[in-house]
Design a protein around this ligand. Structure first.
Ligand SMILES: [Zn+2]
Length: 328
């Protein structure tokens, strides 16, 4: 147990650990990156390291504090997420949090708040939270987690130190699955390829189903020709049927365009997430302009947020795919 067990994100961990060792942790952080790459896990790891009874500047995972944090019932560590059946994080939740933050911590150590996803704070909740960030209670640590900074007030963002988390390269996920989960090399490689850069996802995937979906999605994106708006409309309609699947598609599409960009710059498979699609990635990255890849990738986070906020899915996807066929 401990930081050494975390795969990837070494630079971000180094930043947090050295800040902690030098008693220079900021009072507020914004963790940005695709869903499932480990942002919440790392926020929890930091909380454990701050409160662990056995390890200094690290966590044991076994002591009463580590166990309580993992179970979500440590009095000094609060996770704020939308309440069951609610689409947003409400101002009431933030007000309650502010009352709690005014009390001393139980342990004498930092009081930690993790808001995930912060993009679901509605605007009055964001404004309320802003007040807390402007005058942070002594020894508080607030970590906002979000796929992107788009839905957050600029004033809120500017109060936080920003850390970005990239999806893990397929090779890293595969190595982890092999060593920790004792999964055979071939299976580990194919699971890693469809994990979209997330170790958590790789262990829980319905492999055959996702392989099939990726085949359809990549075929669809590859077949979209420049200025073929009709094909984009048809594709958007097909993707819009199911909310979870639409989100899954966007999440995958982000790794796809990321891979195209990475490959066009490195010309090696080393850092690809979709390792098993090397041939298609090589083709597409040669065919597409840098601007086209960047603009497609840049629109995905906003589209995903629109769907999370229950905007009309077909229109959101259409807008994204129009961007893809429009090119530059
Ligand atoms: Zn511990």
């Amino acid at each position: 147990m401990g930081f050494a067990e975390i795969v990837g994100h070494q630079r971000q961990l180094e930043t947090l650990r050295s800040a902690m060792a030098n008693a220079r942790l900021h009072h507020a952080y914004l963790f940005l990156g695709l869903e499932g790459v480990g942002k919440r896990m790392i926020a929890m790891a930091l909380a454990k390291a701050i409160h662990c009874l056995e390890s200094d500047q690290d966590y044991c995972g076994r002591c009463v504090n580590c166990a309580r944090i993992m179970d979500g019932n440590h009095p000094d560590v609060r996770l704020i997420e939308p309440l069951t059946d609610k689409k947003e994080i409400s101002i009431q939740q933030i007000r309650e949090l502010q009352r709690e933050l005014n009390y001393r911590s139980f342990s004498g150590k930092r009081k930690i708040v993790i808001v995930d996803p912060a993009t679901l704070l509605n605007s009055s909740a964001q404004n309320a939270l802003l007040k807390t960030l402007e005058e942070p209670p002594v020894d508080s640590l607030i970590i906002l987690i979000a796929p992107n900074a788009g839905g957050l007030l600029p004033t809120l963002r500017s109060r936080c130190l920003r850390l970005s988390f990239a999806p893990l390269p397929g090779a890293q996920v595969a190595a982890f699955l092999q060593s920790k989960h004792r999964i055979q090399a071939d299976d580990a490689k194919s699971l890693a390829a469809i994990s979209m850069g997330s170790i958590g996802a790789a262990a829980n995937l319905d492999k055959d189903e996702l392989i099939e979906k990726r085949r359809i999605w990549s075929g669809m994106l590859i077949s979209l020709k420049m200025r073929d708006y009709r094909a984009a409309i048809i594709a958007a309609e097909a993707l819009a049927g199911n909310r979870d699947e639409a989100l899954q598609f966007l999440k995958w599409a982000e790794t796809w365009y990321r891979d195209l960009l990475v490959y066009s710059m490195t010309q090696t498979p080393d850092d690809l997430v979709n390792l098993d699609m090397l041939a298609q990635i090589a083709d597409q990255s040669a065919e597409s302009s840098l601007d086209r890849m960047l603009s497609a990738k840049g629109q995905i986070a906003g589209a995903a947020m629109g769907i999370q906020r229950n905007l009309n899915r077909r229109m959101v996807l259409e807008k994204f795919l129009f961007g893809v066929v429009r090119g530059r």
